[in-house]
Design a protein around this ligand. Structure first.
Ligand SMILES: Nc1nc2c(c(=O)[nH]1)N[C@H]1C(S)=C(S)[C@@H](COP(=O)(O)O)O[C@H]1N2
Ligand SMILES: [Mo]
Length: 219
């Protein structure tokens, strides 16, 4: 009994998971406690729609989430399987690079940390690229994707996400500009090398921290 712990034992995997979460917690989240509205932003009470101008028709029935790449346990969920996962409710602010911000958005969905526990990123996984049904992509460092208030949201203000706002499921990463929060989520790819997405190859900043005003790639 005491001779060895197999590398794939439940204990080893759990400890590896804690180690990874520790790495996430070392934190790149730079949101200051004392400054809610980032520089150059103004508040809006309505919720503008911003996208490439194509609303892809994806019903909850047809929606699938495909999670693949540098992970131990690929995930492929129907909407029913997705919504059967542990539910989180997070309230957070939206900051769009076009300078509007909207406070106190209530989201329901799956915390990205729960997704990470399910798919088990490999030790060499460092980046995530989100793929959407309209052809949009965006990239995040794993630490940013794993932020404590980031989630795959299916509802806003207690109601299913409307299709214009990215339903059935969108990403929400509140501490970065909202272009990182992919609507109409289709797949999540874990990568060992960074792969800049749609706006990131078109002059927008690779990370997009609103408090550092990381709007454009030369900032
Ligand atoms: N799939 C997809 N996600 C996307 C976009 C897009 O064009 N396609 N636009 C991004 C941008 S620039 C912003 S500001 C937000 C806007 O989300 P909203 O329309 O719900 O306000 O979605 C982001 N996610
Ligand atoms: Mo945006």
């Amino acid at each position: 009994m005491a001779d060895e712990t197999p590398s794939d034992s439940k204990l080893t995997r759990t400890k590896e998971k804690w180690a990874r979460e520790g790495r996430f917690l070392t934190g790149k989240i730079t949101r200051p406690e004392d400054q809610r509205l980032p520089p150059g932003q103004h508040l809006t009470k309505d919720w503008p729609v911003l996208d490439l101008g194509v609303v892809p028709p994806v019903s909850r029935e047809r929606w699938r989430l495909d999670v693949y790449g540098a992970i131990e346990s690929p995930v492929f969920w129907t909407f029913d399987e997705f919504i059967a996962q542990k539910q989180a409710r997070f309230t957070s602010d939206i900051h769009c690079v076009t300078t509007w911000s909207r406070y106190d958005n209530e989201w329901d969905g799956l915390a990205t940390r729960e997704l990470l526990a399910a798919c088990q990123p490999r030790e060499d996984a460092r980046f995530v690229t989100l793929h959407s049904h309209d052809g949009y992509t965006t990239n995040l460092a794993l630490e940013d994707f794993a932020a404590e208030d980031a989630l795959l949201a299916h509802s806003w203000s207690g109601q299913p996400l409307t299709e214009e706002h990215g339903g059935p499921v969108r990403l929400v990463v509140p501490h970065l500009y909202f272009w990182k929060s992919a609507k109409w989520l289709q797949a999540i790819e874990f990568l060992t090398e960074d792969a800049p997405g749609f706006w990131e190859v078109r002059g927008y900043h690779n990370r997009g921290d609103p408090w550092a005003e990381q709007r454009y790639s030369d900032d």
